[in-house]
Design a protein around this ligand. Sequence first.
Ligand SMILES: *Cc1c(COP(=O)(O)O)cnc(C)c1O
Length: 383
Amino acid sequence: MTYRDTERQYALEVFPKRDVTLVGGRGAEVWDDGGRRYIDCVAGIGVASVGHANPAVAEALAAQARTLVACPGIFYNDARARLLEKLASIAPPGLSRGFLCNSGAETIEAAIKFARLTTGRPGVISAMRGFHGRTLGALSATHKKQYREAFEPLVPGFSFVPFNNADRLRAAVGEDTAAVVIEPVQGEGGIRPATPEFLQAAREICDETGALLVFDEIQTGFCRTGRMFACEHHGVVPDILCLAKAIAGGVPMGAVMANDRIQLPPGKHGTTFGGNPLVCAAALAAIRFMEEERLAERAERLGERFRERCAPRLSPRVRELRQIGLMIGIDLRERCRPYIDALAEAGVLTLPAGPTVIRLLPPLVITGDQVDEVVEAVVGVLG
Ligand SMILES: *Cc1c(COP(=O)(O)O)cnc(C)c1O
């Protein structure tokens, strides 16, 4: 039996599968069980920013695995202390305390609970087309009907406003609003950047009403958009910043960074694995690598290279190319799925972001030559 057959037999069918069995990777490349090589613009869904099999992360994992793997949050720990200090030093101003967990959705769950606890209010407002995760709280903040409807009733107190509509947000936020949760660039929703006006208005509305502003930078964080965090493009600082995906070089981790407004009595929230030394060591190595290799500048430069070389050669089938650093969406006038399959045939793995948008989230270590290869594949399929 092939690995594909084995998974088909034994896995619950949660995922719409692609007919590729990945068994290895290095940098921006992965290969399948037949030895076929791809340029990986999926990158574990925006996770492998420092590259697959990053030697610094591998070394940190191996060394920590030989030292201490399990250490729950009830004890202090060296690796965790160093990571928290590092996160506070790179986070936007004032976001000086962190809670460590294991995934993106868990950071949203924590943010919702922290906001309700801090404000004593129930309401959470998020944006249409937004995506915040699949657990019941995070799903309650996620707009997409197909993800929600089979699982209702969801958590009470959640409502939605159109993305980038400050007037509608102002009308929606009230005395019972605990938090406004926004992605600075919507990822799953189609690579759609928030306008600076919308983010600034959200900050003002929260300040006026006492609601907390939560930015979901699970996908945009850690250099993806050409800055360490996407909110730095516009200088708008949230009260709570949710981070995951690329944070630990591919190892599962989430982090909630919070300012002094967030006050938590001990014992109200918790996690068994969150902030364990193994993952903290990987995250420290990954973040050091991002800084030393200047991955934010690299993402900005290579994202522009992609757009400049690709955009003029695209056919009218393409409605719009949206690019912020190495977060790229190619919005088509038709369904994207056949083109995603054709790109895989051409040796480039990509993702959908909604029915018509091809999403590219390559490792930020991708080389200029590899970017050019991706351009040629995209133009070959959509030129
Ligand atoms: C991936 C993602 C999540 C959910 O993260 P998981 O680790 O899959 O739970 C939430 N918000 C955004 C913006 C994401 O991209």
